[in-house]
Design a protein around this ligand. Structure first.
Ligand code: ADE
Ligand code: ZN
Length: 332
């Protein structure tokens, strides 16, 4: 089954570029930029990837990104991810970035965007992997800060296709950000939103009704609300699920408790993604393998997950059809 997963063409729709920083690159950049890391060795850094909840992860994630400073650093970080994704047969990827974690360190928006964008173009050119960029607002910061961030980014509007909402979920509902998402929509941007990762099903409903989210990132807590599951199934709202992340952040005690199979059986448009791969122990194929093994997913279900990843992407019908044509035949 591992070979089948490895060969399956797929899209990745939930990936934080800051969360792809491997410890080896972190130490290289720390040395180059003369920024200190709170670890003496790569092994020590990896050993710290032992989280109790989302916040304990975010604390380390924000501390670690301090080593990424220049346009070249953002380029190298992004290209390293694209090479890894290509090696796992990811044909298309939609990548999140968190500008506020950089502008707060006096790194200009333009530096961040140009570094990431030049790598995306190189990935498309040299690896044949297509990609799009989605700007995420940090929800633990104020709505005013999100507004200011969007204004800083709009001069570079052609470099990103959408906006999202990430960081500490509980206590920071989508309703806090109605105005900035309205402004994003007015500028023709796609809307996604982390909701129902640690937060309640109500946050998913708010993301849909108040922010007009087209995709929900995570969304696993919808399973506590049958009426919401019914709505998500009828409306075929894509849910970008990240199984290894959910287990590593203790949303579920182990993979056998993960609801992804039940979500598929409920007719939800579920996709499999890696979120922040080095922190959670795997890229997209490791996520597929972990759920397949723990929940005994069939080949049919794996193909359905890959198909969902293409039909949920912010691509034209023709672009989706081209990717869908690469999928293996249905087998019973
Ligand atoms: N930022 C990076 N990973 C995240 C996650 N899993 N949830 C919320 N914010 C994040
Ligand atoms: Zn995420």
């Amino acid at each position: 089954m591992d070979d089948f997963i490895a060969a399956l063409p797929k899209a990745e729709l939930h990936l934080h570029i800051e969360g792809t920083l491997e410890p080896e690159l972190a130490f290289q950049l720390a040395d180059k930029n003369q920024v200190s890391l709170p670890f003496a060795t790569v092994a020590e850094m990896r050993a710290a990837y032992d989280f109790q909840d989302l916040q304990s992860f975010l604390d380390l994630y924000y501390a670690s990104i301090s080593v990424v400073c220049t346009e070249e650093d953002f380029h190298d970080l992004t290209l390293a991810y694209l090479k890894k994704a290509d090696s796992q047969n990811v044909r298309h990827t939609e990548i999140f970035f968190d500008p506020q974690s950089h502008t707060a360190r006096d790194i200009p928006m333009e530096t961040v965007l140009n570094g990431i964008t030049s790598a995306l173009k190189q990935g498309e050119r040299e690896l044949g992997i297509s990609s799009r960029l989605i700007l995420c607002f940090l929800r633990h910061l104020s709505a005013d800060s999100a507004w200011e961030t969007l204004q800083q980014a709009l001069p570079f509007r052609e470099q990103f296709i959408g906006v999202g909402l990430d960081s500490s979920e509980v206590g920071h509902p989508p309703s806090k950000f109605v105005k900035v998402f309205e402004e994003a929509r007015r500028n023709g941007l796609h809307i996604v939103c982390h909701a129902g990762e640690e937060g309640p099903p109500e946050y998913i409903t708010e993301a849909l009704d108040l922010l007009h989210a087209e995709r929900i990132d995570h969304g696993v807590h919808c399973m506590e609300d049958p009426a919401l599951v019914e709505r998500l199934a009828v409306e075929q709202i894509p849910l970008t699920v990240c199984p290894l992340s959910n287990v590593r952040l203790c949303v579920y005690p182990d993979m056998s408790q993960h609801p992804i199979k039940r979500m598929l059986e409920a007719g939800l448009r579920v996709t499999v993604n890696s979120d922040d791969p080095p922190y959670f122990g795997g890229y997209v194929n490791e996520n597929f393998t972990a759920v397949q093994q723990a929940l005994d997913l069939s080949r049919q279900e794996l193909i359905q997950l890959a198909r969902n990843s293409f039909t949920s992407a912010f691509l034209t019908d023709a672009e989706q059809q081209k990717l869908l044509a690469e999928l293996p035949e249905e087998i019973d």
